[in-house]
Design a protein around this ligand. Sequence first.
Ligand code: XMP
Ligand code: MG
Length: 179
Amino acid sequence: MDNDIEKVLYSREEIAGAAKRIGKELTHDYEGRQPLVISVLKGAIFFTVDVLKEFDCYTDIDFVDVSSYHGGTESSGKVDLVREINTDIKGRDIILIEDIIDTGRTLEYMVNLLKQGGANDIKVCTLLDKPEGRVVDIKANYVGFNVPNEFVVGYGLDYNELYRNLPYVGILKPAVYQK
Ligand code: XMP
Ligand code: MG
């Protein structure tokens, strides 16, 4: 797999540092509360686990799965709900954990879904933020790293369902998706 990567952007150690930093910030910010963590499948699972190990708080966890890419490297612009949230979110303080925010459409869709469900408060935590890709005016509250406008894989992020298990985040060689 390493041969398909043009450049490593964030090493295993750098990512661990970011997860620890955010976990500690959350511990501070949610003191005395019991938030519900919602992790966006499948990309955010690695980051969710690492952040939660540093989050010292009573919290329950659920997952949601949305799809906007359908296997390519460009967002289709249309977001589909693949797996619903099973927890009652009414009145809950929610921490939504994402892998990456690019156009912001997925996040906008998710936030609307949570608002419709009656969430009390919604905060967004993302491993990566790609501000240059934004078409919707929406921001994350906790960001691991700001990434350049390149297609990245690893540590949960995929291309055609592969590369999620790389322990780092890197830029995929364009030759891989151009063939
Ligand atoms: P939007 O454009 O809706 O995108 O903000 C968010 C979702 O799109 C996926 N995404 C990527 N996945 N490498 C990936 O593997 C990328 O560079 C990338 N950019 C966006 C991701 O699933 C995210 O939840
Ligand atoms: Mg995703």
